[in-house]
Design a protein around this ligand. Structure first.
Ligand SMILES: [Zn+2]
Length: 462
């Protein structure tokens, strides 16, 4: 009557449920609707068919009850959302970057700047300290770069190009026939490129995190320093700037620098391409930290370094390698204790960045984009120390931005595996990752291999 049976593997289903993860969304508090994928029960016994079914049914009830009462126990080791099943998840906050700087260099200021440059060049030539200009191509490289040690993937966005429509106001045309530029009712048409720092411009300025470097080798022909550098509005005084004359007599202006940050080299000294000139700031007539880069050819005619169909100034571009008009990328991925706060200008941002979490902590994941366009989708994953995804989701940009950010709030559950986790974002076929640590309550297991690691981090309660 009782026949031996082989070992049974009862699969209780592979329903997916993003709401009952080890890292739970704090926005959605509904209970788990299902047990997790791959939960298996093994047993071997000599049982009749009737008894088997009774026991299986009983086990189902027990596991279902456990799933409700002790859901965190059930989800350990389960992959909540295997690749390919990402659901669109509305962010808990974010949107367009709060500040995108503009500026104005008044006609009066320009006259004074040119007088200074020309008188310095005359003096340097007279003293034999400036080689005669020779016609040649002067390829430019990027005039902004992150300082060594900064872990952001990238640090800038572009808020404004040169305005090629010289009527005003609101008669706009950039080199690419778009309108990413501006003019003012005063008659000012923007004559340079505004590279702004993103995210956390004021923090970056305070930490000297983004440097202005020479786009081409040349000689410093003028510089001004010591001016107030936390301007928030147009018409607010003189800027800190460095002016470099290249071998062909073309001249580049680097403006709005942080006070006291300028290169110690003086007028008449030469710089190489990529050499430090100063720190991005908001001195002069400026609404936030950015570099205003302005370029003149050997005859002192305004140039736009970008080659494009609507560049009315010069047919040939100046960049050694011209960036695309839209350079879509993730500048920074971050974990934090809460979403970022952007106070009014010129107060430093509160990033709320945090890298080490205890179980039960709030955890916010955020991403900061440059040139994120409408319809662009990003795939996100929180990756456990064992390399498996804990939760995945996606987000589609509802609009096009020069700079944007989005964040999601979670809670680190009581049984989250200790060790080094990853926040991963895949955007425009590029994978970006940052790490964070969930500290255990006992021995500290940094790499999740089950062994205690020697670490600078003190174990919680240890
Ligand atoms: Zn500008």
């Amino acid at each position: 009557m009782f026949e031996p049976t082989e070992e049974k593997i009862v699969d209780f289903g592979d329903a997916l449920n993003n709401n009952c993860g080890i890292l739970r969304s704090s926005r959605i508090r509904s209970p788990c609707r299902s047990i997790q994928a791959g939960f298996r029960v093994h047993f071997s016994a000599y049982l009749g068919v009737f008894m088997q079914r009774s026991i299986v049914f009983g086990l189902v009830l027990v596991v279902l009850a456990a799933a409700v009462l002790f859901r965190s126990v059930v989800v350990v080791g389960s992959d909540l959302s295997p690749a390919g099943t990402q659901a669109e998840r509305p962010p808990d906050g974010g949107g367009e970057a709060p500040f995108q700087p503009t500026d104005e260099i008044s006609e009066g200021a320009r006259v004074a700047i040119w007088q200074e440059i020309r008188s310095n060049i005359d003096r340097l030539e007279k003293d034999g300290r400036l080689s005669p200009a020779t016609p040649q191509a002067v390829p430019l490289t990027m005039p902004v770069e992150k300082s060594p040690g900064l872990t952001d993937f990238d640090v800038i966005g572009i808020s404004n190009y040169v305005d090629h429509n010289f009527a005003f106001p609101n008669q706009l045309q950039d080199y690419n026939c778009g309108t990413r530029t501006y003019d003012l009712s005063s008659g000012y048409n923007h004559r340079g490129i505004d590279f702004f720092t993103w995210p956390f411009s004021w923090n970056k300025m305070d930490n000297n995190a983004v440097r202005i470097v020479a786009a081409a080798p040349g000689t410093i022909v003028s510089k001004s320093d010591g001016n107030f550098d936390r301007s928030c509005s147009i018409g607010s005084g003189s800027w800190n700037a460095v002016y470099v004359r290249h071998a062909d007599n073309s001249i580049a202006w680097y403006g709005h620098m942080k006070s006291g940050s300028l290169t110690t080299k003086s007028v008449g000294e030469s710089v190489v391409a990529g050499e430090y000139l100063g720190i991005v700031g908001s001195s002069g007539s400026s609404t936030g930290p950015h570099l205003h880069f302005e370029l003149y050819d050997s005859g002192n005619n305004l140039q736009d370094p970008y080659q494009g169909n609507c560049n009315t100034l010069n047919a040939v571009g100046w960049w050694a390698v011209q960036e695309p008009y839209r350079n879509s990328k993730v500048n920074k991925l971050m974990t934090g204790s809460a979403g970022p706060v952007f106070p009014s200008c010129p107060n430093p941002e509160i990033s709320n960045e945090k890298k080490i979490f205890r179980r039960g902590d709030a955890l916010t994941t955020s991403a900061y984009f440059r040139d994120q366009l409408s319809g662009h989708q990003t795939q996100y994953a929180l990756v456990r120390p064992d390399g498996n995804n804990q939760v995945t989701w996606s987000h589609t940009s509802p609009n096009s931005y020069n700079a944007s950010y989005w964040f999601w709030n979670w809670t680190v559950a009581a049984n989250a595996p200790a060790g080094q986790w990853k926040l991963r974002a895949t955007y425009q076929s590029v994978v970006y990752e940052t790490t964070f640590v969930v500290a255990g309550t006992g021995n500290f297991d940094m790499d999740g291999d089950g062994k205690t690691d020697i670490s600078v981090f003190r174990p919680v309660g240890g």
